[in-house]
Design a protein around this ligand. Structure first.
Ligand SMILES: [Zn+2]
Length: 275
């Protein structure tokens, strides 16, 4: 539901990439028309995502977009001088820094690496230069921002109205979907911070899920053993968030058809003029 898991080895059969290059795993990049991806590819730098590092600080200019390939990034909003609350999660489905497309040159939010991995980095300069020529990229970024806004709103409503256990189940499912990892290296401290509760509070909910055999803990790593039960426990927000992403997937498919149609019409027009 919502996110389709594709093994890395299958991706090389889908995209037109040079044999020596690793095809992107990021869903936004994979959604682009082939010609746009071919133009972007030489401009992308693969960079590591180091756990507990800040990828983008609030209040600083956005210099790069990071298309997440592996790992998980928390989006944090400051609540006072010492604390911040999580308002979103970005994984292989998304990008950090996409708000530049809406004219936001300074980031209002902090992006913190929860789970390490890698990203494909693109400079804002290149985005601004190429955006008018790459309609697929522009549409993909705007669509992603739209879905992110809806999901942040849902997440805020969830924090206000739902109990901790269903929220914890939702968070684990979202992290599982976005990171593609069956073993999640998240500590109870990080979970408490993400869910905006104290550590002893999250420990009780955590123990409850562990005793039901839904996951096992092994030296700071959570291994999800029973995902269907986790889905049953999660609040309705998880399904709503998946439905929001699904709606965008559907419109993406429609957009691909429209882009292909307009390219065909443009080519026919050129032939007519040449004839
Ligand atoms: Zn909820």
């Amino acid at each position: 539901m919502g996110f389709i898991r594709i093994p890395t080895e299958q991706l090389s059969n889908i995209l037109p990439f040079p044999a020596e290059a690793q095809p992107p795993r990021n869903a936004l990049l994979r959604s682009l028309p082939e010609d746009e991806l071919a133009r972007l590819f030489p401009l992308l730098d693969r960079v590591p995502l180091v756990p507990r590092r800040v990828l983008q600080h609030a209040g600083l200019p956005i210099e790069h977009l990071f298309f997440i390939e592996e790992g998980l990034v928390s989006v944090l909003a400051k609540v006072d001088d010492r604390n911040a609350a999580e308002v979103g999660l970005i994984g292989r489905d998304g990008v950090v820094g996409g708000t530049v497309l809406l004219g936001g040159e300074i980031s209002d939010l902090t992006h913190f690496v929860q789970i390490g991995g890698s990203a494909l980095r693109l400079s804002v300069e290149d985005v601004n230069r190429l955006a008018p020529e790459l309609p697929g990229l522009t549409q993909a970024l705007k669509g992603y921002l739209h879905v992110s806004l809806m999901q942040s709103s849902q997440s805020a409503a969830c924090s206000l109205r739902h109990a901790l256990l269903p929220r914890l189940a939702r968070w684990l499912l979202m992290a599982h979907d976005r990171s593609d990892l069956d073993r999640l290296p998240v500590t109870q401290d990080l979970l408490a911070r993400s869910l905006g509760v104290r550590r002893p509070t999250v420990s009780c909910a955590f123990k409850d899920l562990e005793q039901r055999g839904i996951f096992a803990k092994d030296r700071g790593v959570i291994r999800i053993k029973d995902r269907p039960s986790l889905e049953r426990i999660a609040c309705r927000c998880y399904r709503l968030m998946c439905a929001q992403a699904d709606k965008w997937e559907l419109s993406k498919a429609k957009r691909k058809v429209l882009i292909a149609l307009s390219a065909f019409c443009a080519a026919a027009e050129v032939e007519l003029l040449a004839g």
